[in-house]
Design a protein around this ligand. Structure first.
Ligand code: SF4
Ligand code: ZN
Length: 307
């Protein structure tokens, strides 16, 4: 006999391990949307926003985030648009960009692109060539992408940048910050981020409480077209080891990631108070917000001869 959904009579398609609840696709979709909408409202992510931009890569999380949050913009009359960054990774990024464009069209939002090549004069592939090894590709990619997203979101007039980071991403970042032993960074990592600057577009993460497995299920149940390919540089990042470790712990003890993240959030709130005096200033070269001197993006560009 088929196992039934706990909330209707349809066939169950997902057993949520930590709660024991069984869902059909429709009831799962409703429940996930409700959880995300509640977090968006509770944390006032877009309540006073006039213009919010979604950073969409075309992957499973950013496309799900757009599908779930865009209707809220229509209800609240918040203007919204989509921004995609083309890092320039041959054989990989093109597919994601196609999906991002399609997702923007499905939500009836304007689609904007920015690229490493146009902005820095070199794509990620040629930066990796200059480095002579793919080992630090993710460091360059992450820092330069954040720089572009902030600059373009601001130039477009946005007052929020909505990203698709999920619970797994955030737990990994939290553990990485602890391992790096950088308390100022930890202070900036949680929801209590207090260092601010008028040129920094505030970022919000509606999927912060949702495991990556559930965003993928949302995509599948709602037939969203997402790019599931792997980046050729992904295997070299230290984050992979942290991810494997956390996945192993979660496998043995479901909800470990969410309880770890909420503990780190409480810690980061304390650190945020300690570092309340810290102020962001403008980078001495590009003018983007930074903790002091030349920003990380400019330092990295300089290190590969692009400045
Ligand atoms: Fe960039 Fe690394 Fe992600 Fe590839 S895996 S897109 S290099 S951050
Ligand atoms: Zn700079």
């Amino acid at each position: 006999m088929a196992i039934r959904c706990d909330f209707c009579t349809s066939k169950a398609r997902y057993l949520q391990r930590h709660s024991g609840a069984k869902f059909c696709g429709r009831c799962f979709t409703k429940s996930l949307r409700r959880r995300v909408w509640r977090d968006v409202g509770r944390n006032r992510m877009i309540s006073d926003s006039r213009f919010a931009i979604f950073a969409v890569s075309g992957g499973k999380d950013s496309v799900a985030c757009l599908d779930i949050v865009a209707p809220l913009g229509r209800v609240r009359r918040t203007q919204m648009a989509v921004l995609t960054v083309d890092e320039g990774i041959r054989g990989y990024r093109e597919e994601g960009i196609k999906r991002a464009r399609k997702a923007a069209r499905a939500s009836d939002l304007e689609f904007h692109t920015a690229s490493f090549k146009r902005e820095f004069g070199a794509d990620l592939d040629s930066i990796v060539d200059r480095l002579g090894s793919p080992k630090r590709a993710c460091t360059y990619c992450g820092v330069l992408r954040r720089w572009i997203l902030n600059r373009h979101a601001r130039d477009l007039g946005a007052d929020r940048l909505i990203t698709g980071h999920n619970l797994d991403d955030e737990a990994e970042s939290a553990l990485l910050n602890l391992i790096r032993g950088d308390p100022a960074r930890l202070a900036r990592s949680g929801p209590n981020y207090i260092l601010s600057h008028e040129k920094l577009v505030p970022r919000v993460k509606p999927l912060r409480g949702i495991p990556g497995k559930e965003t993928l299920l949302y995509d599948i149940f709602n037939r969203l077209d997402v790019h599931l390919g792997s980046c050729p540089y992904a295997g070299f990042d230290f984050r992979n080891q942290v991810r494997s470790f956390l996945n192993q712990v979660e496998e043995d003890r479901p909800t470990s990631k969410s309880s770890f993240l909420s503990t780190v959030d409480r810690l980061s709130a304390q650190f945020a108070r300690l570092y309340a005096g810290g102020r962001l200033v403008e980078c001495s070269r590009c003018g983007e917000p930074t903790v002091g001197g030349e920003c990380k993006a400019c330092q990295l560009l300089r290190s590969v001869g692009l400045l």
